[in-house]
Design a protein around this ligand. Structure first.
Ligand code: AGP
Length: 611
């Protein structure tokens, strides 16, 4: 997820583009760039780091650069190629005539890149996006709209793009498939952007492009077409959000926005990684052949906080699918306990930020111990990603809220794919593999069903917002979900919450059960449900209020609880995701009712870079 801005009109384009980028920085903040079109051609300035750095860079040339009345700009969230100046957008065609900014992922970029290389093209970056600029330039024959239209028919993947050509100053061409583009209609001017936050300073009249829409824009003249046919008309809508709300996409908090982004985030995470024909996963970043995978005799997962909880679900899945041992270690403990690791182990480090000090140290310890090390990271180019040099990016997009939500469900999605791939290299049949692959592909829709119950969950939360303590209980795959649910409530609502394996209650915690100690029970149908039902009965016998996360329509479970949150029916190994989303929303609403600082909870940092 990156931020794109474009301007054509009578104003100086540069200040409009720079202020637009600042508004979109929550979408990506590892590098930025701008291209300004004028009579003398197109000037490109870009660099790694925050938008403020780019702003300082162009400020030094503002006398010349401010003469331009049209331009495009981009703030990046790296997916392909680390955050460097060369990989920053805008990207140019081979002759520098066409300049383009892109948000999304071009899946067939390697094939296109090889084609152009053999035709003598020189690529400056490692990005998938640069290929698009080369393609449009090759197809350019005096009409930028036609060139972009022809080019987009040759690419697979997602995109929101804005581009310019030297030959047509003042003209922008924008297109969308999977990544948002909004067109802001002004007096004698038009501003385009990835979302309304970069537009509302100038106009509140906006057109939201649909997938497969493409538009030619010059000044206030906007012509929209469909990629497959001719002109189309799109409704103009009034943007009534405050600038702050716009950055949050109209949501009250980044956390809620990111919770609702999960179906799309998971789609981006699994896109191009499921092989339904062979019943396995395609995880090229792991860079391990089935021959090497079959040699792996143990998976050791290291991480902290939410990432460690995701790892626990990975442990269950690897042992369940592949029948090889898997263990989860708290990263700091792994680092200091002189771990026993060998040549047939794979150490998998999980970190959203890729910068967590303890997890980084655990990676270095494993590397020094000479074992195979891989990482599961969201931030491209982060230290853990660079130091392992082997791993999988989540593609979940930037996660701004301290409370990790979409990174967790994306981590679990990847761990299920890793378990599937390892299992197929061991004992798992192709048929069973296909079944698991299909269940993984259902995840976005399963999550959407829980998001559709947001209002009901908000109602349930009202009954639990006044307690100062809470227990979460679960068994099997649901035990880590209980831990994660408790962590979320702790982090943002300051309620002292503990996650337990349901069977653990009788060995101590049950002493605390009474009417002021609510229990949140993972009670969905599956192995161990009957046991957890009897644990719930023990809680009820001590007057503890019980909130059950149950399978939709499960009346028997419903009867045992004071309140319920329903999740769709699915196997345990995928039910962990909708169940976790249900508990994210529950904790969000409890914290909202308690008036907590949800996005910036006290004492917490988004990335813990100290021990
Ligand atoms: C989760 O909501 C917390 N922000 C925290 O537990 C986090 O998961 C932990 O600090 C690990 O961060 P990482 O995934 O960036 O390494």
């Amino acid at each position: 997820m990156c931020g794109i801005v474009g301007y054509t009109g009578k104003r100086a384009a540069m200040p409009v583009l720079i202020s637009g980028l600042k508004k979109l920085e929550y979408r990506g903040y590892d590098s930025a760039g701008i291209a300004l079109s004028g009579e003398s051609g197109i000037i490109v300035r870009k660099q790694s780091g925050k938008v403020s750095g780019l702003s300082d860079l162009v400020d030094g040339e503002k006398d010349t650069l401010s003469l331009s009345h049209s331009g495009i700009a981009h703030t990046r969230w790296a997916t392909h190629g680390p955050p460097t100046t060369l990989n920053a957008h805008p990207h140019e065609g081979n002759e520098g005539r066409v300049v383009l900014v892109h948000n999304g992922i071009i899946e067939n970029h390697n094939a296109l890149r090889e084609r152009f290389k053999s035709a003598g093209h020189v690529f400056k970056s490692e990005t998938d996006s640069e290929v698009l600029a080369h393609l449009v330039e090759v197809n350019y024959d005096g009409d930028l709209l036609a060139a972009v239209k022809k080019s987009l028919k040759e690419v697979d993947g997602t995109y929101g793009i804005t581009c310019m050509v030297k030959d047509e100053p003042g003209v922008l061409v924008v297109a969308r498939s999977g990544s948002p583009i909004v067109i802001g209609l002004g007096e004698d001017e038009t501003i385009v952007a990835s979302d309304a936050s970069a537009i509302i300073t100038y106009t509140r009249q906006a057109i939201y492009l649909d997938d497969n829409d493409i538009a030619r824009i010059e000044g206030s003249k906007v012509d929209i077409e469909s990629l497959d046919s001719g002109a189309v008309t799109r409704a103009t809508s009034e943007i009534d959000w405050s600038p702050d709300a716009a950055e949050k996409g109209g949501y009250e908090h980044y956390m809620l926005k990111e919770v609702f982004e999960q179906p799309e985030a998971i789609r981006n995470t699994i896109r191009g990684r499921i092989d339904l024909n062979r019943g396995t996963a395609i995880l090229s970043g792991l860079n391990l052949t089935p021959r090497e995978l079959v040699d792996i005799q143990r998976l050791l997962i290291v991480g902290c906080g939410t990432s460690m909880n995701a790892g626990l679900i990975g442990e269950y899945a690897v042992e369940d699918f592949a029948a090889i041992p898997a263990e989860v270690e708290q990263a700091a403990e792994f680092r200091y306990r002189n771990p026993i690791v060998g040549s047939r182990d794979l150490v998998l480090a999980i970190s959203q930020s890729g910068e967590t000090a303890d997890t980084l140290a655990a990676v270095r310890e494993a590397v020094d111990k000479g074992t195979l090390v891989a990482a599961l990271v969201n931030v491209v180019g982060s230290t853990i990603a660079r130091e392992t040099g082997r791993g999988i990016y989540l593609h979940a997009g930037p996660e701004v809220s301290v409370a990790s939500t979409k990174a967790f469900t994306s981590q679990v999605s990847v761990l299920l794919m890793i378990a599937l791939k390892i299992a197929r290299a061991h004992r798992l049949s192709r048929e069973k593999g296909i079944q698991i692959a299909k269940e993984i592909q259902r995840l976005p829709e399963l999550v959407q069903q829980v998001l559709d119950c947001n209002d009901k969950i908000a109602e349930v939360a009202k009954h639990y917002a006044d307690y100062n303590n809470a227990f979460y209980i679960g068994r099997g795959y649901m035990f880590p979900v209980a831990l994660e649910g408790a962590l979320k409530l702790k982090e943002i609502s300051y309620i002292h919450a503990e996650g337990y394996h349901s069977a653990e209650l009788k060995h101590g915690p049950i002493a605390l059960l009474e009417e002021s100690m609510p229990v949140i029970a993972l009670l969905n149908q599956g192995p161990g449900q009957d046991k957890t039902l009897s644990n719930v009965a023990e809680c009820k016998a001590r007057n503890a209020p019980v909130l059950g996360v149950i399978t939709k329509g499960d009346e028997e479970a419903r009867k045992t609880c004071d309140h319920v949150i329903e999740i769709p029916a699915c196997p345990q190994y995928t039910a962990v995701v909708p169940a976790a989303v249900a508990l994210q929303l529950f904790s969000y609403h409890v914290a909202r009712i308690r008036g907590c600082a949800i996005d910036q909870p006290r004492n917490l940092a988004k990335s813990v870079t100290v021990e």
